[in-house]
Design a protein around this ligand. Structure first.
Ligand SMILES: Cc1cc2nc3c(=O)[nH]c(=O)nc-3n(C[C@H](O)[C@H](O)[C@H](O)COP(=O)(O)OP(=O)(O)OC[C@H]3O[C@@H](n4cnc5c(N)ncnc54)[C@H](O)[C@@H]3O)c2cc1C
Length: 477
């Protein structure tokens, strides 16, 4: 539906609900509103620059090639049938004037007027003023990043396989993950597993040539599990040849050289930055909705924006973007920013909006954390819930069973499951499609096949030279 239609459609009649952000919380809120509200009650619009919600818990498996990238995302237009999808990024939320300004992905600005706004813009990867991050590191929060990590790793193996021992080969076989939280450790474990599984058999590279560095500022990784479990994971990673640097930080990444505060430095062909999350710019800087000192939207326990004493009418928030009171823990605790909470908050939020539109009472969001479950590479993982602990293969199986059950829509579940089953039969797919990042390469380089990076320019030049048309003499005279 066109924007002016969205703005006019509900004038005076159905309420106009604008959901800013179509990730976990936004997608589920819209889906549930479609179920609870009649067409005559509301017109629901989701604004997101991406045409899909990303199932982020599968990103480490996308890195490893165990889940197809397209299967780890859920199309908004296909699965939100009665919701209007606007492809753009909100640039401001002006609640005083009930307007969301949107920069459309095709260019141009539009303004969406609303009666109710739902802020579900999630979070972005937290960075620090470390030189080199934007140019040299890849995050692990978006599907494109997971694909880029996997392709970079596989292309590095392709190149290294033909290089003699020396600094270039060493650099290409060195991977660094900065951040020992869940995302970082899962990504690290999966990538290490992938490289170890294929290096010798497919590339003729000895496993002990692989250098995997995990850098964590705290004195242990995985703060979400007990120190004993964290120590167990660290021991296991080290046993697989990984270098786990604790109590230190990356201070610079320049020309593939990673420097640590501890004084160590090494060349690394692939650097992944996963040091936690921070608020998205639109809520950190461009809204009149109340935010916490850390820049997240302040919400009450029923997910309405504001405080118990000062609710903001017509504004709601959930997921990573919101500081949701954790009623189970109590005090000033807020629910952890994870999918487990985002999904449940979205469902409560949809019920509360429905109740509020129908003049009924809203209810508080309350959820006791189920614990944490992580994949650490093909065939091993960890699950901890209070004193209950499962490690190794059973935890990994549980991880897969849990996530295939909770990824939204049957269609996605079947796609993911079928790839797992086929991989068990046929093995991993190890093709890098890094060349998609430069689709025009062939035109710019006179039909030459694609070459990976600037360091290979000398090789590229050599190929151009050796394949240059032969001027004379071939047929002789
Ligand atoms: C690698 C990784 C693994 C994880 N594993 C787990 C796990 O195993 N279990 C678990 O519970 N949690 C896990 N999480 C965390 C979980 O994925 C997040 O907590 C969850 O996605 C938060 O949902 P959300 O809707 O708040 O944000 P998101 O799902 O990030 O969605 C936010 C959406 O808002 C959109 N957006 C941003 N800015 C704007 C704007 N200005 N205008 C419009 N739209 C905007 C984005 O494009 C995005 O689609 C993991 C996260 C990562 C990165």
């Amino acid at each position: 539906m066109r924007m002016d239609t969205v703005n006019q459609a509900a004038a005076g009649r159905p309420r106009r609900i604008v959901i800013v952000g179509g990730g976990y919380a936004g997608f589920y809120t819209a889906r549930k509103l479609e179920k609870y509200l009649r067409r005559s009650e509301a017109v629901v619009t989701v604004v997101d620059p991406l045409p899909y919600m990303t199932y982020q818990p599968f990103l480490p498996e996308v890195v490893a090639g165990s889940v197809e990238a397209r299967h780890a995302v859920v199309s908004l237009r296909r699965h939100l049938r009665r919701t209007h999808v606007v492809s753009g990024a909100a640039t401001s939320i002006d609640h005083a004037n009930r307007t969301v300004r949107v920069h459309l992905i095709g260019g141009g600005e539009t303004a969406l007027e609303y009666d109710e706004v739902v802020v579900t813009t999630g979070s972005i990867t937290r960075t620090f003023p470390v030189p080199g991050i934007p140019d040299e590191a890849i995050g692990l929060k978006r599907i494109e990043e997971a694909v880029a990590i996997r392709d970079t790793m596989l292309t590095s193996l392709d190149i290294a396989a033909d290089l003699p021992s020396g600094p270039d080969r060493e650099r290409l076989l060195t991977v660094t993950v900065v951040g020992g939280g869940f995302a970082g450790v899962e990504g690290f474990g999966e990538l290490l597993g992938l490289a170890r599984a294929v290096a010798r058999r497919r590339y003729g590279i000895a496993r002990d040539e692989l250098r995997f560095h995990l850098v964590e500022a705290a004195d242990r990784i995985l703060p979400e599990v007990t120190p004993e479990v964290s120590a167990w994971v660290t021991r296991k990673l080290r046993a697989k040849g990984a270098h786990v640097h604790l109590g230190t930080t990356a201070t610079s990444i320049y020309d593939s050289v990673v420097e640590l505060a501890s004084g160590e430095s090494f060349e690394s062909g692939l650097v992944i930055w996963a040091t936690g999350i921070t608020a998205t710019p639109v809520i950190a800087n461009r809204t009149d909705l109340p935010t916490t000192a850390r820049g997240f939207i302040e919400v009450r326990s029923d997910l309405q924006v504001g405080t118990e004493a000062g609710p903001v009418a017509g504004a709601w928030a959930a997921g990573d973007a919101a500081a949701v009171p954790d009623l189970v823990v109590g005090g000033t605790a807020v629910a952890p920013p994870n999918a487990q909470h985002a999904v449940r908050q979205a469902k409560r939020l949809a019920k509360n909006i429905t109740a509020s539109l129908r003049g009924r009472r809203t209810r508080p969001y309350q959820h006791a954390d189920l614990g944490v479950i992580a994949t650490l590479g093909l065939g091993w993982g960890v699950f901890q819930s209070g004193p209950f602990l499962i490690k190794g293969f059973p935890a990994w199986l549980l991880h897969r069973a849990y996530h295939v059950m909770v990824i939204p829509t049957w269609e996605r579940k079947l796609r993911v499951l079928s790839v797992w089953l086929l991989a068990a039969l046929l093995g991993r797919d190890i093709v890098s499609l890094r060349s998609v990042q430069q689709p025009g390469y062939g035109f710019r380089h006179e039909g030459q096949v694609w070459f990976p990076d600037a360091r290979r320019q000398s090789v590229e030049a050599a190929v151009v030279e050796t394949t240059a048309p032969v001027e004379s003499g071939i047929h002789g005279d």
